[in-house]
Design a protein around this ligand. Structure first.
Ligand code: HPA
Length: 278
């Protein structure tokens, strides 16, 4: 059941963005943007709503995350106007938010009956085949956040032994079906979700590698978990902003700057998704 707080936020967003919930589906594609990423495709009749205007929604405390949503229209391939809702900024456990707060954007997306959801994040590459600027389709997520229950003494053991979260959705299959080109050359792998905010030690990276992970980042797990529970047609892409094979710990600045290297590729993937929505 949706909490009273989430219901209030949903009602507020619907009213502010003038979304009429009686239509079958209001949002064709929702996108959560990771650190340093932008939505650059041209949209018509766009409206912006700041997170800070929405009662009870957590606030953004991380540099590189904007903290607003943008609703706009884009013409799809069948000359049909598609409604796209972009979330620039998300909430993290390391900011002190609880799992429910971290999932609050997904609650909104579910409440707005979005047909498709693309989650993006910045991540460090652990696998040899990942270069800075690559995009990686997340096949599975390994939870090193212990579902946000951070004080459990069995936390680490639990994380090491629990099964991965498998992302087996139509949207993920669609991304996998895209032919490689200069612009689109998607890699695939397992994402290690860590708490942060510190970057990992070499020993941690070695552990994640041994557990089969290809990339590591500080978000997405709790969002994906709820989205899958609610049967959203969701997929996630990691933008590789640093490579642990080439060098050790990155800086936050490096992550922000390097995420821009993947912007064109991300735009190309989003265009393909929109072309496929009828
Ligand atoms: N580790 C954790 N989170 C990240 C990284 C990383 O190397 N790069 C971008 N986000």
């Amino acid at each position: 059941m949706i909490s009273t707080n989430s219901q209030k936020q949903l009602d507020f967003v619907k009213e502010k963005l003038r979304l009429n919930i009686s239509h079958d589906s209001i949002i064709d594609l929702a996108i959560i943007l990771g650190s340093g990423l932008e939505f650059t495709l041209p949209m018509k009749s766009s409206q912006i709503l700041a997170y800070s205007d929405i009662p009870g929604l957590p606030q953004i405390g991380v540099k590189g995350h904007k903290g607003h949503m943008v609703l706009g229209e884009i013409e799809g391939s069948a000359k049909k106007s598609l409604k796209v809702l972009i979330f620039a900024g998300r909430f993290h456990l390391y900011e002190g938010y609880n799992p429910e707060q971290v999932q609050s954007l997904i609650q909104l997306i579910i409440g707005l009956q979005a047909k498709n959801l693309l989650i993006t994040n910045a991540a460090g590459g652990i696998a040899e085949n990942l270069q800075v600027g690559d995009l990686m389709i997340i096949n599975e997520i390994k939870d090193y956040q212990n579902d946000g229950e951070l004080n459990s003494s069995r936390g680490l053991l639990n994380c090491l032994t629990k099964p991965t979260l498998k992302v087996d959705t139509n949207l993920t299959s669609f991304l996998k079906s895209l032919n490689s080109s200069d612009e689109i050359n998607l890699k695939q792998g397992i994402y290690a979700a860590v708490l942060g905010p510190n970057f990992e030690t070499d020993a941690e990276i070695q552990l994640f590698r041994n557990q089969g992970c290809s990339a590591v980042g500080m978000s997405t797990y709790l969002e994906m978990k709820l989205a899958l529970e609610k049967n959203l047609n969701v997929a996630a892409l990691s933008i590789i902003t640093n490579s642990w094979c080439q060098k050790g710990q990155p800086s936050h600045q490096e992550v922000l700057e390097n995420s821009k290297l993947a912007q064109k590729k991300l735009d190309a993937v989003i265009s393909k998704i929109l072309d496929d929505i009828t």
